[in-house]
Design a protein around this ligand. Structure first.
Ligand SMILES: [Zn+2]
Length: 78
């Protein structure tokens, strides 16, 4: 008898990309809790979407925000 590890059920649909994912917010913890998203970004997301986004989109948005922050600020010199 094989004890196959069952993949998490993709019971949520990401409102941004339409992809299936599983939000862990109803479980012990969600992977997105480990993400360091800025308050501005979280606020924007909660206004834009009613549901959680998938981890892929969160990672993407985080990268985009960091990139734009960096380019909009002049290089800091210590
Ligand atoms: Zn997504």
């Amino acid at each position: 008898m094989t004890n196959a590890i069952t993949p998490p059920k993709l019971d949520d649909v990401c409102p941004r990309c339409g992809g299936g994912f599983h939000c862990g917010a109803r479980d012990a913890r969600c992977a997105c809790c480990d993400m360091k998203l800025s308050e501005a970004l979280l606020k924007q997301l909660s206004q834009q979407y009613e549901r959680c986004l998938c981890l892929r989109c969160l990672t993407e948005l985080q990268a985009v925000e960091q990139r734009s922050e960096r380019s909009s600020q002049p290089a800091k010199r210590p």
